[in-house]
Design a protein around this ligand. Structure first.
Ligand SMILES: C[S@@+](CC[C@H](N)C(=O)[O-])C[C@H]1O[C@@H](n2cnc3c(N)ncnc32)[C@H](O)[C@@H]1O
Length: 246
């Protein structure tokens, strides 16, 4: 498949000059008709787990969208993020605009949570600092009640899936859910996929590829095509949830 580099350059130009956080959050404004099938809505998976009696913690809450959208479903929520200017300030503003009173947002680090042991019935993190790292997972488990629910969304290949599962089990968590997004998707318009991946990479790598870096895009195409010529995404979204054993 030939790549139209002019089109690639025009996609990248939309995001140039934006910081990584803006690039990520502006992706919704860039008409991502295909984002739905590519990345199912994590809130749909999380929502049934909320309960009216629960205290919940979102680690790496970003701008707090999940807590704000679902605040009516739990007793009290706390969103923690290390970024004040890019994340927590926005979350507080959005919460106050909606006059939501059962949410606190605060600046903090996942490795050193400012909470007592066993403070929460549910702890979750959507593409935040809990994926891959034992130390942040252990800190999250410290503040989770025995038999509380932990939910982690992370990105990775199949090896990441096995590693996350093993990590959960090694930490005395009984696995409840393990969902993996489809990785093989056929698109009539490859450039829609490229548009998605450009913004994702801007966010993840915090570095813009040059629109003239043809090797970069040739590699992307090679990684994104399976042996039958179907377009695939190189990363899968992994949702893993479990209960801390008493
Ligand atoms: C990919 S964003 C996801 C944000 C949000 N969960 C969402 O779904 O929109 C990851 C977030 O984790 C935060 N983060 C990364 N490392 C962190 C750490 N060690 N402690 C606290 N927050 C962290 C970042 O500031 C960022 O807001």
């Amino acid at each position: 498949m030939a790549i139209d580099f002019d089109k690639v350059a025009s996609i990248i130009r939309q995001f140039q000059g934006l910081g990584p956080h803006e690039a990520y959050y502006l992706k919704d404004l860039a008409q991502y008709e295909l984002t739905g099938p590519l990345v199912p809505d994590t809130e749909e998976i999380l929502r049934p787990a909320f309960s009216h009696s629960n205290n919940v913690l979102d680690i790496g809450c970003g701008r707090g969208k999940t807590l704000i959208d679902n605040a009516h479903l739990f007793a009290h929520g706390v969103g923690l993020d290390e970024s004040e200017d890019h994340m927590i300030a926005y979350a507080i503003r959005a919460r106050d605009e909606k006059a939501i009173t059962n949410l606190d947002f605060q600046v903090g680090k996942a490795l050193n949570l400012p909470f007592e042991d066993n403070s929460f019935d549910m702890v979750f993190s959507e593409r935040g600092p809990l994926g891959y790292y034992d130390d942040t997972l252990e800190e999250a488990l410290r503040v989770l009640q025995p038999e509380g629910l932990i939910f982690v969304e992370t990105l990775g290949g199949l090896d990441a899936l096995q590693a996350e599962q093993a990590r959960f089990e090694a930490h005395n968590i009984s696995l409840q859910t393990l969902v993996v997004s489809r990785n093989s998707l056929l698109f009539k318009d490859f450039y829609e996929l490229l548009k998605y991946q450009c913004s994702g990479w801007i966010y993840m790598s915090e570095a813009l590829p040059s629109p003239t870096d043809r090797d970069f895009f040739e590699d992307l195409l090679a990684q994104s095509t399976d042996d039958r010529g179907n377009i695939c995404i190189p990363y899968r979204t992994i949702w893993i949830a479990g209960s801390l054993k008493a």
